[in-house]
Design a protein. Structure first.
Length: 106
């Protein structure tokens, strides 16, 4: 899926105009790993589902700053990240279907 101005224009309707919070929605999906940047997906050295239990130094600092209210509040403007992403839900559906078809062949 491509995001950016192109997506914003594609979602525009005459009645309602362009979606106002599409940037926040895309960023939330990226944060939740529902959208994974294509390059990151293709170059992954380990499973994209792998999670580390030990936070990186940046994650620890970021968490602390959020707790203090220094970062993480409502953004002043809704910026739509431009890029190409893998929609994980779509990939998972296709994977289940491929496995199902493969199982039926046996």
């Amino acid at each position: 899926m491509r995001t950016g101005e192109e997506l914003s224009k594609a979602l525009e309707t005459q009645e309602f105009g362009r979606p106002l919070a599409i940037g926040a929605v895309v960023q939330d999906a990226i944060d939740k790993k529902e959208l994974v940047p294509l390059k990151e997906f293709l170059n992954a050295q380990k499973s994209i589902y792998a999670k580390t239990w030990v936070p990186t130094p940046w994650q620890a600092v970021s968490w602390g700053l959020k707790q203090l209210g220094v970062i993480g509040g409502e953004p002043a403007e809704d910026k739509l990240v431009a890029g190409t992403f893998v929609v994980m839900a779509n990939l998972e559906v296709r994977q289940r279907r491929a496995v199902s078809i493969n199982m039926q062949a046996y």
